[in-house]
Write a protein that binds this ligand. Structure first.
Ligand SMILES: [Zn+2]
Length: 134
């Protein structure tokens, strides 16, 4: 299960409760929840537990992860374009610029999830709309 919140408006919001652990492309990656569930293969996004705290720590973990890209990637783009001011440099710099745009977008979404879960935990609402866990 994942954390599912039903809003008074009838909308359902889904929050993942598992995250990746491991590093590097060739390292063995496993999947965990904060409360100790463990998967060797990537679980479905609605697998995992239904603990609000687990969903919150995943949202915070992802927000921290994507924040690194938001701050780091612009320097990589500048470095590439400065030191390789030819066509290939611009092409690769442009690719990293797209990665940066993606990082900004996913950081925005992760921060929004963190904020929504915190609001639900503190006040039982999401963006001011009453919600309940289903
Ligand atoms: Zn849990």
């Amino acid at each position: 299960m994942s954390v599912r919140l039903l809003l008074e408006t009838g909308n359902i919001k889904n929050y993942r409760t598992w995250y990746l652990r491991g590093g590097g492309d060739y390292d063995c990656t496993t999947y965990h929840t904060e409360c100790g569930m463990y998967f060797e293969e990537a679980p479905l996004s609605n697998a995992g537990c239904e603990h609000l705290d687990c969903a919150m720590s995943v949202a915070e973990y992802n927000a921290n992860d994507s924040r690194l890209g938001v701050y780091l990637l612009p320097f990589i783009v500048i470095f590439i374009v400065m030191f390789f001011p030819d066509e290939a440099g611009l092409y690769i710099g442009g690719m990293y610029l797209l990665f940066w745009i993606y990082a900004v977008f996913s950081n925005y979404m992760d921060n929004r999830k963190t904020r929504e879960l915190k609001e639900f935990k503190d006040h039982g609402t999401i963006n001011g709309v009453k919600a309940k866990q289903i």
